[in-house]
Design a protein around this ligand. Sequence first.
Ligand SMILES: Cc1cc2nc3c(=O)[nH]c(=O)nc-3n(C[C@H](O)[C@H](O)[C@H](O)COP(=O)(O)O)c2cc1C
Length: 404
Amino acid sequence: MAMKTSVTNINVLDIFQDKQLVKVCAPMVRYSKLQFRNLVKRYDCDLMFTPMILADSFCHSEKARQNEFTTNALDSPVIIQFAANTAHDFVGAAYLASPYCNGVDLNCGCPQSWAKEQELGCAMLKKPELIYDLVRQCRNRIPAPFSVSVKIRLLSDITETVEICRQLEKCHISFLNVHARTTNQLTGQIDKSGLKLIKDSCKIPLVANGGVTSLENCFELQDYTGCDGIMVANGILSNPTLFSGTCYTTKNCIQDWLNICYNSTLTMQSYQEELAKPKLTISEKPNNLTFQCFHHHLVFMLEKVLPKRQRHFFNSLKTFSSVLQFIEEYFGLKPMLFEPEMFVKTVSQNMDYTDRDFMYKELKPTEAEEQEYIGNSYNSDGQYFSSKISSEDCDLTEIFLENG
Ligand SMILES: Cc1cc2nc3c(=O)[nH]c(=O)nc-3n(C[C@H](O)[C@H](O)[C@H](O)COP(=O)(O)O)c2cc1C
């Protein structure tokens, strides 16, 4: 089996030991994908999360696995975030992915209505025993250094939140991610004192999240809360160089984005062919890259860089060639081929999941057991085994952006 040995050898807990402050790129549906993770890693990001992936789709469908998670030799340390509400989905998905990532995270914070209806995301906080069961089983079945973490939001009762965190610590999770807003509070000030209380009550590393837009903010939040890491979402979309201490997206960062995106569309063979070309460009239907991913990230990055009129024009562009032309005219930048040594590291890894679904099969209850569960477990109202919404059916992005 193809193994990313260098990746799987990394112990995420060592990063918390070694670094004064661990800088984390948040899970972001549609956005914290491979190319963006490669970009932020160049700018002092210590730990990267994938977008939330539905664990049951990951377990069931090879297509979902290929679409939802791609990786390469530069993509570490990386944590895959799953949405799940059964042990067989969570542990099954974690086991499938474990050779290709450094850990998994359970999403217990997503406030979107579809997720709540499916008893996923923040709905899990109403059934903490279920969360404990999932992470305990995952921890027991996949040995360290593979990391198992949880991302939560605050409950309106902070004592209850602290209790959940303490219990999670007892389940031996590796670290805890807390978005310091409640499930009903979608924007606005974060609860710093809530974070401090959690930090003072638990020994495991705490990654604090919410409202951070600069490196200075990171240090301020750490000073106040004593947290071990800071996770950033909106701030790092606007400025992927945030963790390196800059206020705005730099020109070098735009150049890096062009290079990463362009090189990620090439194969070993096409790389050789590109070497001979005088002008490099991205084809309109490239492999491994969507126009939306390429363009949206530039839209975010240039939000504070371009004047209003140019910004409106840039945001309305619809093709790779028009975006590349704009960037060349405005910034004098165009994509460049990586040196062979670097290119090899950017090639997407072939992932072989053959025979790794035995964990899922082993844990999945029989139909009779499911009926039993639905009646009895975790104060269930019987929703656990209803089919989940497929990722194609819902546009997660808009709501996250509104709520971010
Ligand atoms: C575009 C976008 C997508 C997001 N997707 C996810 C996700 O997949 N999983 C998750 O736990 N949180 C997700 N979030 C929430 C962020 O991880 C983070 O908790 C929230 O935005 C607060 O951090 P911020 O103030 O730094 O933006 C998303 C946020 C944004 C803006």
